[in-house]
Design a protein around this ligand. Structure first.
Ligand SMILES: Cc1ncc(COP(=O)(O)O)c(C=O)c1O
Length: 265
């Protein structure tokens, strides 16, 4: 089908709320290249917004998907278990874990992962407050939208939001919210958040760490340790999230592979 016909069909059948970054209509892709329905080739700098660690359609991944699709498609792990789920969880745990045993569950999306982290933190701490970072993006569902900072694109018109959400500045040294310089600041931003639970009656239950849509700006050294320490002193839970493992970032699989960031405390 021609591109113009497809665009027309898209307008007729897909709501415009699902916005597009590019007017391209992709037909196939391999590695870092995509080809549109008119045969034009592009270098793909987006990689599905940074989630295609392995590029498009590597042969062994395609084969594994084909093999699996021939066996069974869906059972719901909570109804009938299957080996690949467990094997992948084991592999993830070994990838990020150092000394402490870890467990992994899988969710359908980033928003569902964040929702689950908040639920786990609330259930565990019995505290309703959530502490998150200014300017962070957490998702588009009702609860994650409450945590997300950017109003114009994501929140406008959807009030009211979840209560007990508190924001603290992120440790962003390039434009420090406190006008300080690292390392002479002594991580003031991380320490200042310790007083936040005292300032609100419910106490916080969870740290949620992520920065911006790309989640790609790194924390200065020892910041996360400091956050975790402050979480511990207030009986809180800390959780961190990286949703763009396919972006070059720090040249590692994800910040979860950095020992100091890899678990709740
Ligand atoms: C940092 C961060 N948190 C949460 C999400 C939500 O993920 P999803 O769009 O898969 O629900 C995203 C992705 O857009 C993200 O970048």
């Amino acid at each position: 089908m021609k591109k113009d016909d497809l665009v027309k069909m898209r307008q007729d059948h897909v709501p415009k709320g699902v916005s597009q970054a590019l007017p391209a209509m992709i037909a196939e892709a391999k590695g870092a290249m995509v080809r549109d329905v008119e045969g034009k080739e592009f270098i793909d700098f987006s990689g599905g917004i940074g989630v295609l660690n392995v590029g498009h359609c590597p042969d062994e991944v395609v084969k594994a998907i084909r093999d699996q699709a021939g066996k069974y498609l869906h059972t719901c792990f909570m109804v009938q278990m299957y080996e690949p789920y467990i094997a992948l969880a084991k592999e993830m745990n070994e990838l990020v874990s150092r000394k402490t045993p870890m467990k992994t569950m899988f969710a359908n999306s980033g928003a569902e992962a964040v929702e689950n982290a908040v639920k786990i933190a609330k259930y565990y701490t019995k505290k309703p407050g959530i502490l998150c970072f200014e300017n962070a993006f957490h998702g588009r569902t009702a609860m994650t939208m409450s945590l997300t900072s950017k109003v114009k694109n994501y929140k406008f018109g959807y009030w009211p939001f979840m209560p007990e959400v508190y924001r603290v500045p992120y440790a962003y040294c390039y434009r420090c919210s406190y006008g300080l310089k690292y390392p002479s600041c002594d991580l003031y931003c991380a320490d200042s958040s310790t007083s936040m639970p005292r300032r609100n009656p419910s106490g916080r239950s969870s740290w949620s760490r992520c920065r911006g849509k790309g989640a790609s700006s790194s924390l200065p050294k020892n910041t996360w340790e400091s956050c975790r320490r402050s979480a511990r002193t207030t009986g809180s839970c800390s959780s961190s999230m990286k949703s763009r493992p396919g972006l070059p970032g720090r040249g590692r699989c994800s910040p979860m592979s950095i020992p100091s960031m890899n678990r709740t405390s």
